[in-house]
Design a protein around this ligand. Sequence first.
Ligand code: PHE
Length: 340
Amino acid sequence: MRERIHELFKEIRNFNASTPSEVEEFRLKYLSRKGILSELFSEFRNVPNEQKKEVGALLNEMKDKVLEKVESMRSILESADRSTEPVPDLTRPVDQIIPGSRHPLSIVRNDIISIFSKIGFSVAENREIEDDWHNFTALNFPEEHPARDMQDTFFINKDPDILLRTHTSSVQIRTMEKTKPPIRMIFPGRVFRNEVISARAHCIFHQVEGLYVDKNVSFADLKQTLLFFAREMFGEKTQIRLRPSYFPFTEPSGEMDVSCNICGGEGCNICKYTGWLEILGCGMVDPNVLENCGIDSEEYTGFAFGMGIERIALLKYQVRDLRLFFENDLRFLKQFTGAF
Ligand code: PHE
């Protein structure tokens, strides 16, 4: 019997299967009720007593070996099965991943924010749909005054007047009504004017408003702040010049030009051969505006400025047509990233 057992061990060791049913056949051959092992166990009765221990151990070992073999054959066949799945072609070029990028107007907006945050300005936004008070009246636009026509307003409702804000100066009012000085903030946002769309004008555009209200704020503070901004934005050689202007909410008011960064002031077609480019409106906050917001104009003074983001982007990137910023043509946008 021992010889038979050793023969069978050899057979188990050498067994190989190429299909799952062969494995099953093998399992049944040894382990089924009429299989080899139960046959051997019934013969076990006739084994002489002194050999029982050894033969018994061999039979148990054989059972384990069969089970082991079945397990390993099954897993070999399973993985072989998987390997018949189509193998990916590793030489194929990958699908290109096209990363998105910031829109040039967002890039410039973020640049403006980071320049002013360096000198202590914080950032806030407010609503685009405004009432007459915040867009005009509190900003010292007299009723029926032609200054209201400076900005062609999109009205949503008449009486009470509800409109799309024509400038971010409305956020000056929203802020001063809630916050007491010192206030040192910038307000980026979208504004709307009923203008014919052209290379130089659009009915939707973006502004960044600045507001600084505290004791003893002077025009010199305004000028230094704007000079700092101009040099950070357009380069350290940039010069500024302030021309007198008019806004109902600032007194005195000015418009600021920067030296043309394209020709360096020599004169070119971008600056129309003047050497200067207009970039923003500014001035000292009119005392009436402070009072309209409950701020004592005897105690506090302030300055404000407002700039168009498109205009700055136009100058910075030498884009000749404002409409390009709104068309989102990828051939245009990709020039601001280099990524695709
Ligand atoms: N709101 C003005 C405009 O849209 C710009 C401005 C802002 C002027 C603040 C003075 C002070 O033209």
